[in-house]
Write a new protein. Structure first.
Length: 102
């Protein structure tokens, strides 16, 4: 499984944003990387216009991360992962939302 980013990972304002990620298989990830029109169609079907607009607005922010921010971010996402694993273990299926680090 791969994490497909709708907006490039190079954009640090949305690199770790939950709206900017979708778990897909490796072959789909390759296909979407080679077919931007199909990638955009998928994004729109998953997010819809309103959330896509929010993600695009977030991507325009200037974001600088400092080294001490990375440890805080790591701890935040480690906690979010634990919550997601707990929900999955209790039988929840499909996309499990999580809180992004801001």
């Amino acid at each position: 499984m791969h994490c497909s980013h709708f907006i490039s990972r190079g954009n640090h304002a949305v690199r770790y944003d939950p709206l900017n990620a979708l778990c897909i298989c490796a072959s789909c990830h390759k296909f979407l990387g080679e077919n931007p029109y199909e990638h955009t169609k998928l994004v729109m079907s998953v997010l819809g216009g309103a959330l896509m607009e929010i993600l695009q607005d977030k991507s325009r922010r200037i974001m600088r991360r400092r080294k001490h921010d990375l440890e805080d971010m790591y701890q935040h996402y480690k906690g979010e992962l634990a919550k997601m694993k707990e929900r999955r273990a209790s039988g929840e299926s499909g996309r499990i939302e999580f809180v992004g680090y801001d």
